[in-house]
Design a protein around this ligand. Structure first.
Ligand SMILES: Nc1nc2c(ncn2[C@@H]2O[C@H](COP(=O)(O)OP(=O)(O)OP(=O)(O)O)[C@@H](O)[C@H]2O)c(=O)[nH]1
Ligand SMILES: [Mg+2]
Length: 413
């Protein structure tokens, strides 16, 4: 290991950080405590690092070469002479600059993003209620069919309509529009208790989020989106490349890390997923990171041994922090409709899911599945994915969701 002094007399060990991204001192091999559980790697590597202030060790894979690595720091440019400063002028130029800045376009309304699902419901329900139909059994039956076809699920749809039937018989509705308003309220009631976005609490630190789900559900993309969200909220974030099945998976996470300027802890593909995530938690702890988000390989809920691997990841994390992971986030592709329910139940049984993200709601007509999911799972629905970009992860807001799929003005035009 090398030491040198910066011009400001701060002591720095290892290679000058501006030369290359160095490995992190905190990434020592996993402790003996986990020896029974995981194959411990020689060295884990921080593959992407936003800050340059780290104290680093020389890498065993790339020994420090004093001839190339320990170049003296370049002389700083001489400071320009201060010019006359007119505060009034500076203020007015700043205002001009702000006014001239192009305003970012407001995000599209949720109803635009959920257009296909909205059409699935509004098409059929809208037609049914168009001419203020008679309140009778036929209307209820047609409504039930429309709800089932919009992927709200047989059980939820039957229950919803049965509730309306009872109230209709008690003559609670003056006309069909009142019945439709009651349906909107009941749909809201199905999901309102589960609309619980994931805020990062003050403790514990680091707050560990483990993402799980089937292949291609959108785990890695969701991690990239979450990294931006939490960074913008002022948290320091680290990512763990726990999908060690495919080299491309690590690369994909690294790209998200670079985009968001957050460090990513990774080892080569084929490494033990639990050991990567374990090392990442150690690194996050020693660097006072607020949020660690771990990626895992996609797996089918029916693949028992792969589900056990997830259980092992959880066990191993618990050796560093008995409460970790603090959130086991199940990522579900909204386009899988009712099939997602089975997946979700099995993941929940195997690893104890604490929150759900439903992705790809922008490209499916099956968005109604969210109602069934909430009803059947009873788990917090943290976010919804409505596109591939970083900003396309939204908090799940019950009113907004119902309005997007079944607008209040429906049937009135
Ligand atoms: N339209 C749309 N595409 C999405 C959304 N979320 C993810 N995707 C896309 O879905 C594809 C799969 O996403 P990944 O994040 O790689 O999925 P994964 O779960 O990590 O997949 P594996 O690692 O193979 O298990 C990518 O092309 C993403 O861009 C979303 O909300 N909307
Ligand atoms: Mg992935």
């Amino acid at each position: 290991m090398f030491k040198w002094l910066r011009k400001d007399k701060t002591e720095v060990r290892g290679r000058p950080p501006e030369l290359a991204t160095p490995p992190d001192e905190s990434l020592t091999p996993a402790s003996e405590a986990v020896a029974a559980d995981i194959a411990v790697p020689e060295v884990a590597t921080v593959v992407s690092e936003a800050g340059a202030e780290l104290v680093v060790e020389a890498s065993p894979e790339r020994p420090v070469d004093p001839a190339t690595d320990l170049q003296p720091e370049p002389e700083p440019e001489p400071e320009p002479e201060p010019e006359f400063f007119d505060p009034a002028l500076a203020f007015s130029s700043a205002i001009d600059a702000i006014a001239a800045e192009p305003r970012p376009a407001p995000p599209p309304r949720l109803s635009e993003r959920l257009a296909a699902s909205a059409r699935a419901l509004t098409g059929s329900v809208g037609t049914l209620f168009k001419r203020n139909p008679k309140l009778d059994e036929d209307l209820l039956e047609d409504l039930e069919t429309a709800l089932i076809q919009a992927d709200i699920g047989v059980v939820a749809s039957t229950e919803l309509v049965e509730g309306l039937r009872v109230r209709m018989r008690k003559r609670e509705f003056a006309d069909a529009h009142e019945l439709l308003a009651a349906l909107r309220k009941s749909l809201h009631g199905l999901i309102a208790n589960y609309a619980l976005p994931l805020q990062i609490p003050a403790t514990p630190r680091p707050f560990v989020i483990l993402t799980v789900g089937v292949n291609g559900a959108g785990k890695t993309t969701t991690i990239g989106k979450l990294a931006m969200r939490y960074k913008l909220a002022g948290h320091s974030v680290m990512l763990a490349a726990g999908d060690t099945f495919r080299a491309a998976a690590v690369e994909q996470l690294k790209t998200w890390g670079e985009r968001n300027q957050v460090p990513v802890v990774a080892q080569g593909s084929g490494a033990d997923s639990a050991s990567v995530i374990f090392d990442a938690l150690q690194a996050a702890k020693s660097r006072n990171i607020d949020v660690l988000i771990a990626d895992t390989a996609g797996r089918l809920h029916t693949q028992g041994h792969l589900m056990q691997e997830l259980a092992k990841v959880k066990r191993v994390l618990g050796k560093i922090d008995p409460g970790a992971p603090h959130e086991t986030l199940l990522v579900i592709d909204g386009g899988t409709g009712q099939n997602a329910l089975n997946q979700a139940k099995q993941f929940n049984q195997a690893v104890g899911v604490t929150g759900v993200v439903v992705t790809k709601l922008d490209g499916t007509a099956k968005g109604g599945m969210v109602f069934a999911l909430c009803r059947e799972l009873g788990l917090p629905l943290r976010f919804i994915g409505v596109g591939e970009k970083r900003e396309d992860l939204r908090e799940f807001v019950a009113e907004e969701f119902v309005d997007a799929l079944l607008p209040p003005e429906l049937g009135r035009v």
